[in-house]
Ligand binder design. Structure first.
Ligand code: NAP
Length: 271
């Protein structure tokens, strides 16, 4: 998919006079955030998208960050603005996300994009949920009519992915920390999407044979210190018909969808 996007972007200078431009703002020195931002930069290079990363210390004030975003909103040659989350505690994340121009919100987190998704109106769809549906499609999984269970109800993963599955005519159950007998609910799933943030939380007894398992979690295995998902991959892989690894599954597809969203925001401005 990145190769196809690269081919498409290569035609833009002649057609539109420039390539899309994504600006990523990274506040502080969280190693995981630094690694995510590096991944986004590399993907931009592969696709041919111009990438600027703005690094700011964790001591930056909310107003200073808002001023940077206002400048980027006003810049006609900036197509996408992404503020890497989480932000330091003294900064109100919602206020920052709300400040990004909807038309440059490549993460799809702005309330107007979120609302448009629920209203089935044109919008930028958040990268991880979009990537999950893309992975299901690429794996040849029929979504329509399936029983889908989503564990997690965050605004950035659980809720939007449930909405996208519903829009594709799955019958969707959303689970969370108060769900009773989670294992029994999970065993009903034909498609199981797990977005909790707890290492190897989903065990083999929670998954029925033939289930499609999408593991969104990114955690450190407390025993090995290596990256792992929310799902006990080794135990569940033999039972699952499809299972996404961590790392290497949802994460890279999320970045691919970020590239796609940036191109879409760029093209929307060329009309
Ligand atoms: P979040 O905002 O912390 O939400 C976690 C969800 O899990 C909440 O809805 C919570 O329920 C639920 N939960 C927690 N403990 C549970 C339990 N024991 N049983 C059932 N549900 C439980 O997390 P998030 O932002 O959605 O992220 C989830 C994971 O995905 C994290 O590991 C994150 O790093 C990863 N992630 C990966 C990507 C990617 O591209 N690969 C992108 C985004 C996030 P309540 O609502 O009841 O609290």
């Amino acid at each position: 998919m990145k190769a196809e996007m690269a081919e498409q972007v290569a035609t833009f200078p002649q057609k539109y006079g420039r390539v899309p431009h994504l600006v990523v703002i990274l506040v502080g020195e969280d190693p995981a955030s630094q690694s995510y931002v590096r991944g986004k930069g590399k993907a931009c290079e592969v696709v041919g998208i111009k990438n600027t990363t703005i690094l700011k210390p964790a001591s930056i004030t909310e107003q200073e960050l808002l001023d940077i975003i206002a400048g980027l909103n006003a810049d006609p040659e900036v197509d996408g603005i992404l503020v890497q989350l989480p932000l330091p505690d003294h900064i109100n994340e919602a206020r920052i996300i709300n400040a990004i121009d909807k038309s440059k919100d490549v993460d799809g987190f702005h309330p107007l994009n979120v609302a448009a998704l629920w209203m089935k109106e044109p919008c930028t769809v958040a990268c991880t949920p979009k990537g999950i549906i893309r992975m299901l499609d690429e794996a040849g999984v029929e979504i329509k009519g399936k029983r889908a269970v989503v564990i997690g109800r965050s605004q950035i993963v659980g809720l939007p992915v449930a909405k996208l599955l519903l829009d594709r005519n799955a019958t969707v159950t959303i689970c969370h920390s108060r769900t009773k007998d989670l294992a029994a609910v999970c065993r009903e799933a034909e498609i199981l999407v797990v977005a909790i943030g707890r290492p190897k939380f989903v065990t083999a007894d929670m998954v029925s044979d033939g289930t499609v398992v999408i593991d969104v979690g990114v955690n450190r295995d407390p025993e090995t210190g290596k990256l792992c998902g929310d799902v006990d991959f080794d135990a569940i892989e033999p039972k699952a018909s499809v299972i996404t690894p961590v790392p290497g599954g949802v994460g890279p597809m999320t970045i691919t969808c970020l590239m796609e969203n940036t191109i879409e925001c760029f093209l929307a401005k060329q009309k």
